[in-house]
Design a protein around this ligand. Structure first.
Ligand SMILES: NC(=O)c1ccc[n+]([C@@H]2O[C@H](COP(=O)([O-])OP(=O)(O)OC[C@H]3O[C@@H](n4cnc5c(N)ncnc54)[C@H](O)[C@@H]3O)[C@@H](O)[C@H]2O)c1
Length: 350
């Protein structure tokens, strides 16, 4: 299955194929390629099919610590030493942290060379690898240095997900649930009352969910590559989610924070009469069944509210939230009454 994304150029997201087979095809006609992979996962990129391209492996620190200027400097030195030219290829194999880093290395080398994303987490496959946003972190914050630079292909091989912990698998599924609420009722129907173990055991359903979630993201980013307005819908549940991420100092996974953010949005939308009690309950049930958190500390509210005003989707002193008026019908809410926000938060706070 291939889903095309239209951006500064169009590229395929190849789903449910062997990543080694697909990568071998993409290496045809290349002289050199560099695989960027986390040190922790270096052993998974052994035994690649023989290729006419010289394939180098650049192991980088795992997770967020790899998304740094220090690592990027090292990659630039490696690329220079290996004589990387404009026709060579960078391949990022890993979670969103690695594909963000590999994409930015490709964006910045010789003013932009081709790169391929091979996401190995659910979150990476349905979110980070799609859409052309690449970045590293600065000491002042996450993703502050980056570029829009689309990959030339994304290869999604769900067999990578077998080694994920249930916790990481579920965190990625939070983004799948989000795409369901903002755009695709079938996703919500397919997940139904599933637990994580059900989804892990049913490859057919898993592939359909991942494909549908990618299709939603591909459609949204194709209509708004540089994040002007349409792309904002992907932020459903994220305004509070980002605030929680900061507040808990990244102890919770991004997807877990988004899950709490969606549970909060359910309460807020219910109190504003935007959605039915049934749909609000469906938010909580689907997330809880997947083992995702739907509550957060009560005393954190003042700090969370302050962070929500600073969220990148808020402008100036305006707090903007993405809302739904039913599954697949999105809208925006500006500057809701803080008492209503607090009342909704009280319903999801412990
Ligand atoms: N570019 C975008 O549009 C975009 C969108 C969303 C998130 N992101 C970025 O993505 C990153 C989060 O991505 P993530 O959730 O994939 O986390 P991650 O990349 O930090 O990976 C989480 C952990 O899972 C491990 N891992 C990866 N694949 C595995 C596998 N198959 N089996 C076992 N362990 C595996 C990693 O080594 C790491 O320790 C953040 O840096 C975030 O900023 C980017």
């Amino acid at each position: 299955m291939i889903i095309d994304v239209q951006a500064e150029r169009s590229y395929p997201v190849i789903i449910d194929s062997s990543w080694k087979v697909e990568l071998a095809k993409l290496l045809v006609g290349r002289d050199r390629a560099a695989i960027i992979v986390s040190e922790k996962m270096e052993s998974s990129v052994k035994d690649l099919p023989v290729s006419e391209a010289e394939v180098l492996v650049f192991p980088v620190p795992d997770g967020e610590s790899g998304k740094s200027s220090a690592t990027l400097n090292k990659i630039w030195d490696w690329l220079a030493a290996a004589g990387f030219t404009r026709s060579d290829l960078i391949i990022g194999i890993g979670g969103g942290a690695v594909t963000d880093l590999a994409g930015f290395a490709a964006a910045s080398w010789l003013r932009g060379i081709d790169w391929v994303a091979i996401p190995t987490t659910v979150a990476g496959a349905v979110d980070a690898a799609i859409g052309g946003k690449t970045a590293i972190n600065s000491e002042y914050g996450k993703n502050l240095i980056g570029a829009f630079h689309s990959p030339s292909a994304v290869i999604v091989d769900v067999s990578w997900f077998d080694s994920l912990s249930d916790r990481d698998f579920a965190a990625g599924m939070a983004e799948v649930v989000k795409t369901g609420f903002i755009s695709d009722a079938k996703i919500i129907e397919l997940i139904g009352k599933s637990k994580i173990s059900d989804l892990r055991a049913n490859r057919t359903v898993l592939i359909e969910l991942v494909t549908r979630a990618i299709a939603v993201k591909a459609k949204v980013v194709s209509s708004d590559f540089k994040e002007n307005f349409d792309r904002e819908v992907l932020n459903y549940g994220h305004t509070l989610g980002h605030a929680i991420e900061l507040h808990c100092k990244y102890d919770l996974r991004h997807g877990e924070c988004v899950a709490i953010g969606m549970a909060f949005m359910a309460q807020l939308q219910l109190s504003l009469g935007l959605i039915t009690a049934e749909l609000a309950q469906q938010h909580v049930d689907i997330l809880k069944n997947l083992g995702l958190p739907t509550t957060y500390q009560h005393q954190a509210w003042p700090s969370l509210l302050a962070s929500m005003y600073l969220d990148k989707k808020s402008r100036g002193k305006t707090l903007r939230l993405v809302t739904i008026k039913g599954i697949g019908i999105t809208d925006r809410l500006e500057n809701p009454d803080e008492k209503i926000l607090l009342a909704a938060y009280e319903k999801v706070s412990s």
